[in-house]
Structures are given as structure tokens and as C-alpha cells.
Design a protein around this ligand. Structure first.
Ligand SMILES: *[C@@H]1O[C@H](CO)[C@@H](O)[C@H](O)[C@H]1NC(C)=O
Length: 351
């Protein structure tokens, strides 16, 4: 008797497990806002000098193809999308090679060089955050027209939203140009940006967005360009900038807690990219890297965008030996390690 009941019971259990795993995989799309850390090629069609849709960018991407990603290969949203069982790459909204059918499972509105502050996107004439939001609203309408209102609303509310920006507000704007420095101390400027980040998230929430991973600042004083400028200190990391990054991340953490209380149903988390990247920078050999102070491209000290040229014979042969691809951006391998480090928390929160 016992034996005859065993098989059907197992079948029921198996079916239940399958059902559970289907209802649990609840991220139908990855939707991205931010700067060059996550831009998949929107700047290709913007009239700015900050582009990367030419070799050697993308030389380790599928087909050796430069896409406008600021790396030799894929960037974090691509790895996150793949880890959630979606496409291995998240396409740029303004890339004419893709349409709404592609964007239904993932889309990127990010623009290299942008920041929370409108004055930051003005510096290199890139897409400001308010405009990324306008594109997102347009996308919502296109998606509703494409898959129907109910299905679209389900995708939009269950999708995982990634936000990654802030470095440019400090390194391309506050510390370079006089305007914001004359208005704010650096702590006041941090608070100003935190206010803008909060407003942006409230607007997303108002549009039905619920699952947001907000990436904090990296150890921005260790970017090769900042080391190059730090001549007085033997090209060490610029401690002042790392301190600002940590302070800003701490404030972001407070914002995350406040917004999760303020907005019912919001599932906002802070993704800490600082700690893992700092570990890599301090112990590069542990992760298989040979070089951390200079980047792979050209001399590795200051070049990015058009200065990172295919014709420079100094460009390294194996980017996997370098933490940084150009003077401001990690290699694909570094991006992958960062995502491997963050993915458990993302999946635990949003699956
Ligand atoms: C940024 O610019 C947009 C468009 O001009 C404007 O609506 C918005 O209020 C500005 N944000 C701030 C904080 O000034």
C-alpha cells in the first residue's frame, strides 16, 4: 500500500515545486537609469564628445563589437539581466537596432556623463535625469500599445530597476567647475544630490515602479584618472574623494530607509559597489589582476572616449589583467566580479 501512494505524492510535490519556481521568478525585465557605469549606448545618438562606439571599446563584446558601452565588453546590467534568466545584454533605448519587442524584457535609459544634478549633464551635453524619466514614460506607453495595458502594467511593476550614478556630480562637476562650489560646501552638495535622488525615486514610484536597486558611489578616488592627477601623493588613491563617496553612500542608505517607510510597497535597496571594488583595488592579485593603477587603454593614465584610440600601440593585449579598461571605467572582468558579489542580495530581494 505504502508503495502505491509514493509515486503520486512525489508527482504532486514535483508539480508544486515547479509552480513555486515559476511564480517566484518574478523579474520580467531589467530597466536601467544612470551614467556611463550602466549606459549601453544611448550616447551614440547624442551630440556629445563622450562616446565609446568605436574600437577598442567592445573588443571583447560578442562579435568584438563596439556598442557604446564604456568597457571592453559587458557592463553590470548585462550580467544582472543574465543572472535573472533574461537576455545576456540590456539594449539602449535610443539604439535604432532595437524596438519595443526587445525592450519588453529590458531597456537602458542611461547616459554616460550624466548625474543627479542638471548642471552635471550640461557639462558634456548628455541626457539629464529628467529626460531619462521622459524617455521612460514614453517607453511605458509604447509597451502598453505593444503587449496591452494589463500585461504592460504587470511588467512595469514587477521589473527590476537599476539606478547607478553620482560620480560625475563630484568629479566632472563639483570639483572641476566653480558654480556648485560657490553655492555649496561638499556636505551641502551631497545633501542636495540626496534630495534629487529622493525626488527621482518618488517620481518612479508614482509611475508604478516598485523594485529599485540604487547603486552607491564607487571608490572614485582610485579611478586611474584621479590617481594620475594626484601627483603630490605618488599617484595614490585620492582619499578625499573616497571619503566623500563613503559619506554619500551612508546618506543614500538613510534615504533608502526613509523612502521604504514613506512609500508603501516600495522595495528599494542600496547596492554597495564600493566595498567589493575597493577590495579588488587593494588586493588586485587575489582576483587575477596585474594592474590597477593604470588602465588598459593607451597609456591608461587619462584616456577615455575619443582619446582611447584603436591606433595607440600602448593599449594592453589582455584586458582581463587590468581592473580598469579606460581611465574612468572598469574592465568587463571587474564588472562581472562586482555583479557576482551583488547578485545574491538582488536575487534574495527581488526573485
Ligand atoms: C532640471 O531641469 C528640468 C528641465 O528644465 C527641470 O524641470 C527641473 O526642475 C530641473 N531640476 C532642478 C533640481 O533644478
Amino acid at each position: 500500500m505504502a508503495y502505491t501512494y509514493t509515486t503520486p505524492w512525489l508527482l504532486v510535490v514535483t508539480e508544486l515545486l515547479i509552480l513555486v519556481s515559476i511564480t517566484e521568478s518574478k523579474v520580467p525585465a531589467i530597466i536601467v537609469f544612470g551614467d556611463s557605469t550602466v549606459d549601453a549606448g544611448n550616447n551614440n545618438v547624442v551630440s556629445t564628445l563622450l562616446k565609446s562606439n568605436f574600437r577598442p571599446y567592445g573588443r571583447d563584446f560578442s562579435g568584438g563589437r563596439p556598442t557604446g558601452r564604456f568597457s571592453n565588453g559587458r557592463i553590470p546590467p548585462d550580467f544582472i539581466s543574465e543572472a535573472f534568466g533574461l537576455k545576456p545584454t540590456v539594449p539602449a533605448y535610443l539604439d535604432p537596432a532595437y524596438d519595443i519587442a526587445d525592450f519588453a524584457t529590458g531597456v537602458c535609459f542611461a547616459s554616460a556623463g550624466t548625474g543627479y544634478d542638471n548642471a552635471t549633464s550640461d557639462v558634456l551635453n548628455v541626457i539629464p535625469m529628467w529626460k531619462e524619466l521622459e524617455y521612460y514614460k514614453e517607453y511605458q506607453n509604447k509597451l502598453r500599445a505593444h503587449v496591452g495595458k494589463d500585461k504592460a502594467n504587470e511588467i512595469l511593476s514587477e521589473a527590476l530597476y537599476l539606478m547607478s550614478l553620482g560620480t560625475n556630480d563630484f568629479l566632472e562637476n563639483y570639483y572641476i567647475l566653480p558654480k556648485r562650489q560657490s553655492q555649496f560646501t561638499v556636505k551641502q552638495y551631497e545633501d542636495f544630490l540626496i534630495g534629487l535622488a529622493g525626488n527621482f525615486i518618488r517620481e518612479l514610484y508614482g509611475l508604478g515602479v516598485r523594485k529599485i536597486s540604487l547603486t552607491g558611489l564607487p571608490p572614485m578616488g582610485c579611478l586611474p584618472l584621479e590617481r594620475t592627477l594626484n601627483i603630490l601623493d605618488q599617484n595614490e588613491c585620492v582619499e578625499k574623494y573616497n571619503k566623500v563617496a563613503l559619506e554619500f553612500n551612508w546618506k543614500l542608505n538613510g534615504l533608502v530607509k526613509r523612502l521604504n517607510k514613506e512609500l508603501p510597497g516600495l522595495r528599494l535597496m542600496l547596492a554597495d559597489a564600493y566595498t567589493i571594488l575597493y577590495q579588488i583595488i587593494k588586493r588586485p592579485s587575489l582576483y587575477g589582476f596585474d594592474a590597477v593603477e593604470v588602465a588598459c587603454c593607451s597609456t591608461g593614465t587619462y584616456e577615455m572616449s575619443y582619446l582611447c584610440s584603436e591606433h595607440n600601440p600602448l593599449t594592453c593585449l589582455d584586458a582581463n589583467k587590468y581592473v580598469f579598461w579606460d581611465a574612468f571605467h572598469p574592465t568587463e572582468k571587474t564588472n562581472h566580479i562586482i555583479v557576482n558579489h551583488l547578485i545574491d542580495a538582488l536575487q534574495a530581494n527581488y526573485r
